[in-house]
Structure formats: structure tokens, C-alpha cells
Design a binder for this molecule. Structure first.
Ligand code: AMP
Length: 287
């Protein structure tokens, strides 16, 4: 689609601060969508929501090294800044903040102050295998909040644990920003959109659709009267394609992050799997 506006890419903290000051001088409400780029329909839905609700929209694109473990995919995480700019321009994003790691973490600074979410939040689910991941996430999000100073920031419910940790950080540290949680956007077969879906072969993509099928099956079983978490998970786990290796599949109380014995309204059903070397996560909240 043709559009005349091209979103500027800003790569320094000093310059983005200048540009945001200009927007604030116009009394615009600042909406912020933090991302790691390789934008897809999930990101676009966040951007759209921000566009509808705010006078100015800032998207950050930063593959944050501190949230990747040593054996994870930091080096090969997809980077496509020009294609991302095209998407942002199409949605009328006012500014892209795309710093290099050196801008965010200058070598000369040495070790940096880190935000450490409570242990029960950071060490469960994804935190069990991704040690330090949520410290990295919370720290970079706080840095980005301090740089962008948004009125509202938009996060996807696909990363449920991340969303809950950010909400808690904002509350605990009195950060003056409103957090908006946005529904998970899915591919036609049901697989949650993710930048990592690019790594999947077509065949693996089809197998991966069974992740959402398993979640929907669990919900159906619950609606038909079953509420024992272990049973629900074992029955719906059989829906998963046999090539899928489950990292966790759990029923969680979102207040304290503990596993529940009985599923009820509001229970988070979260799953992480590996398929063909690609790590995928998904979840639903029972309603
Ligand atoms: P990422 O670039 O993966 O760090 O994601 C940036 C933001 O987009 C996070 O708030 C994610 O939760 C959100 N997001 C990622 N995938 C989806 C999706 N399928 N639907 C909705 N939001 C998403």
C-alpha cells in the first residue's frame, strides 16, 4: 500500500528525548510499544491500539542482549529494520527508537543496576529455564520508560508472565505509566504470531498449530465440568503433535504464580514448547 509518511528512525537517547519533548510540548498523549522488531500482526495490533488511543505513537525496536541466555538465539534473532519501518509508516507511527546495544549499555559503564522482580514471579514458567531473563526484561523496560516517558505502554498477553511482571514493576516502583494488555493475535491455523515463527518450516508450522488446539481443548474440557488441573493438562497434552517437546504446561494462579490444583475462572494456562529447535510459548486465561 502506498503511503506518503515515512517514520523517522532515531538511534540515540539524546535525540529521542528531544523529539519526545517536542511532542509533549504539543500536549500529545504519548503511546509506547516496545518491541524487538521483526514486526508481525501481533505487534501491529498493539500499534493500532496505541494509534487509536494516543496522540503520538513511539515504537522501540531493540533486540535486548541482557534478556537472552548464553545458548539462546540473540545472534540469529531476525533483524529487518527497513521492513519494520515500512510497517510503522503504514500505521502512522510517529517515531521509531532503534538504538544499538552500545547506546543502551555503554561498555564504559561496566556492570549496571538491575531491576530484579520478586523471585516467585521471575523464576517460574519461562524463568525456570531462562535464568535472568526477566531481570533483563524488567531492566530494559524501565530504561525505555525513563527514556520515552510514555503516558501509556502496550504489551501483548501472549507474553503473559512478562505482562504481569511489568504491571507489578510499575505498581511497586510507582512508575507514572498506564500499562495496556492486548489480546494475542494468531495465524489462521491458531498459532500465536511470533517473530520466532520465521524459523519454523512450513511443516513445523502445521505441527505448531496443535499448541493452541491443546489450549482450546483444555478450555472445552473445563467448560464440560472437569476442573482438576493435572487431569485437564494430561488429557489436552495428548493433542500436541508428538514432535513437540513440552518445557512446561501448567495451570497458574496469576496473583502468586503458583500452580493450582483446580482450574477456575481467571486461571492462566501457560505452555512453552520446543519444536525443531524453536522455542514457542502460548497461553489462555480461563473465563
Ligand atoms: P517482542 O518483539 O516479541 O518482544 O514483542 C513485543 C510486544 O509484542 C510484546 O508486548 C509482546 O507481548 C507483543 N506480542 C508478541 N506477539 C504477539 C501476539 N501474537 N499478539 C499480541 N501481542 C504480541
Amino acid at each position: 500500500m502506498k503511503h506518503t509518511f515515512t517514520t523517522p528512525i532515531i538511534d540515540t537517547i539524546a535525540e529521542i528525548r528531544n523529539r519526545i519533548r517536542e511532542l509533549k510540548n504539543k500536549n500529545l498523549i504519548i503511546g509506547f510499544v516496545p518491541t524487538m522488531g521483526a514486526l508481525h500482526a501481533g505487534h501491529e495490533s498493539l500499534i493500532e491500539k496505541a494509534r487509536q488511543e494516543c496522540g503520538a505513537v513511539i515504537v522501540s525496536i531493540f533486540v535486548n542482549p541482557t534478556q537472552f541466555g548464553p545458548n539462546e538465539d540473540f545472534g540469529k534473532y531476525p533483524r529487518q529494520l527497513e521492513a519494520d519501518r515500512e510497517i510503522c509508516s503504514r500505521h502512522g507511527v510517529d517515531l521509531i527508537f532503534a538504538p544499538e546495544p552500545e547506546q543502551m549499555y555503554p561498555q564504559a559503564a561496566g556492570p549496571i543496576t538491575t531491576v530484579v522482580p520478586p523471585e516467585t514471579f521471575r523464576n517460574r514458567l519461562c524463568g525456570e529455564t531462562r535464568k535472568g531473563h526477566f531481570n533483563g526484561v524488567a531492566t530494559v523496560v524501565l530504561k525505555l520508560f525513563n527514556i520515552i516517558t510514555p503516558d501509556r505502554a502496550y504489551f501483548g498477553k501472549k507474553d503473559a508472565q512478562q505482562l504481569l511482571i511489568i504491571k507489578k514493576m510499575v505498581k511497586d516502583l510507582d512508575i507514572p505509566v498506564e500499562i495496556a494488555g492486548c489480546e494475542t493475535v494468531r495465524e489462521p491455523g491458531g498459532l500465536a504470531c511470533s517473530s520466532r515463527n520465521k524459523y519454523l518450516t512450513e511443516e513445523a508450522g502445521k505441527k505448531a498449530a496443535s499448541i493452541y488446539e491443546a489450549l482450546k481443548t483444555l478450555e472445552k474440557q473445563y467448560n464440560s465440568g472437569l476442573d482438576l488441573a493435572s487431569e485437564l493438562i494430561s488429557v489436552s497434552g495428548r493433542i500436541l503433535h508428538p514432535d513437540i517437546e513440552v518445557e512446561y504446561f501448567e495451570a497458574i494462579d496469576i496473583e502468586n504464580f503458583q500452580a493450582v490444583k483446580k482450574v477456575q475462572k481467571g486461571t492462566l494456562i501457560a505452555i512453552a514448547v520446543k519444536l525443531g529447535g524453536v522455542r514457542l510459548i502460548d497461553n489462555i486465561i480461563i473465563d
